[in-house]
Design a protein around this ligand. Structure first.
Ligand code: HEM
Length: 153
């Protein structure tokens, strides 16, 4: 038995039968399925408050911030976090408390030579607010590491 087709597909019209002679890597006559180059990769790393702080964007380079131990690469949000950005205070820092309390007061930031902020005094609604920001950041930015205490790296 087996499957019987009443018609034959012309060899040239079926994408599955058309054999490209070179590896397509850009849009020419049809869709491509190979990117021209590998997309940029980000290495998941362990940061401490001290090793995170150089990523504050002041040198025009990458901008990282942490919320609840999760380090996000927010370079794409340079308008927010760059030197003149409204939220530049969070750049290169543990932003957990400020995000939880919806405040960019400088006292929200733990000095970089201190132990990690344990956030134990936060109220449930503040924790929820912080989690909301983690959701927002997870959907928008790349997670590129974790934040641990200065003596835990
Ligand atoms: C005067 C008060 C404020 C105004 C007018 C304001 C305005 C804005 C605007 C227009 C956006 C951009 C939304 C978008 O395009 O996605 C934004 C995002 C944001 N706001 Fe505010 N905001 C204010 C207060 C705050 C405070 C107190 C915080 C403290 C946590 C905060 C944290 C953020 C963050 C983290 C973002 C997300 C940026 C991102 O997606 O990377 N904002 N705000």
């Amino acid at each position: 038995m087996g499957l019987h087709l009443d018609f034959e597909l012309p060899a040239s019209s079926s994408p599955r039968r058309r054999k490209p002679t070179t590896t397509p890597n850009e849009f020419k006559a049809g869709y491509s399925w190979m990117p021209k180059s590998h997309p940029p990769t980000v290495l998941f790393k362990t940061y401490t408050p001290k090793t995170l702080v150089p990523f504050d964007g002041n040198d025009g380079g990458r901008i990282l911030l942490a919320i609840n131990g999760i380090v996000f690469d927010v370079t794409a949000g340079r308008n927010f976090y760059g030197p003149n950005g409204m939220y530049g205070n969070f750049a290169g820092r543990d932003a957990s408390r400020g995000m939880a309390k919806q405040s960019f007061d400088l006292e929200m930031l733990t000095p970089i030579d201190q132990p990690l902020d344990k956030l134990e005094d936060l109220k449930p609604d503040e924790i929820d607010n912080m989690k909301g920001w983690i959701d927002h950041f997870s959907n928008k930015y790349i997670i590129c590491g974790k934040l641990v205490g200065n003596d835990q790296a």
